[in-house]
Design a protein around this ligand. Structure first.
Ligand code: FE2
Ligand code: FE2
Length: 183
């Protein structure tokens, strides 16, 4: 191994390539992933988050009416966190030179999770748990797809995935708690 060049490409070569195509911003010649596919899956994740924001908002206001303040508060907190995920994804999409898709038309088609209103409090929580489990599955798949080819997007998805797992656990323990209260 050449000690002057312990790893990666020659620094001169990296500098030369960085000067080419500067209009591509963060996307360099070394970008290994299939950019169009990455942008598509990140936009699907964005749609998933937006649908989750809407569903949690609806549940928040409906639960408030059901006189279940602590559950309503939990829904509101999740809505805020999903909005934060949506913003992170939109930011990454733009950083990669793409356009975040906020179009309400087709939103549910792009989203992995569903918009289910739920008729009772337990119903709502169950629907949220299902949506979180869908997000956990599909984000895990996105992370495997990104692999070593786009570590920044992968790290972002890993950060979001960890939060969705927390959300799923929150919903599971709420169902348990409501079950105990009912006895
Ligand atoms: Fe989320
Ligand atoms: Fe979530």
């Amino acid at each position: 191994m050449n000690p002057a060049q312990p790893f990666l490409s020659d620094i001169q070569e990296i500098r030369r390539r960085a000067r080419q195509h500067i209009e591509k911003g963060a996307v360099t010649e070394g970008y290994k992933a299939d950019l169009q596919t990455v942008l598509r899956v990140l936009n699907e994740a964005l749609a998933t988050e937006l649908v989750c924001v809407l569903r949690y908002k609806r549940h928040h206001f409906m639960a408030t009416g059901l006189n279940a303040q602590s559950v309503a508060d939990e829904f509101a907190q999740h809505a805020t966190e999903e909005q934060g995920h949506a913003d992170l994804l939109a930011g990454r999409i733009t950083q990669l030179g793409g356009e975040p898709n906020f179009n309400p038309e087709g939103l549910l088609m792009r989203s992995h999770s569903e918009y289910k209103e739920g008729s009772s409090l337990v119903d709502m929580i169950k629907e949220d748990l299902v949506a979180e489990r869908i997000a956990v599955e599909s984000y895990s798949e996105i992370i495997r797809f990104l692999g070593e080819n786009d570590p920044t997007s992968r790290r972002l998805m890993e950060e979001i995935l960890a939060k969705e797992e927390e959300h799923a656990e929150d919903m599971r323990s709420l169902i348990e708690k409501l079950g105990k209260d009912a006895k």
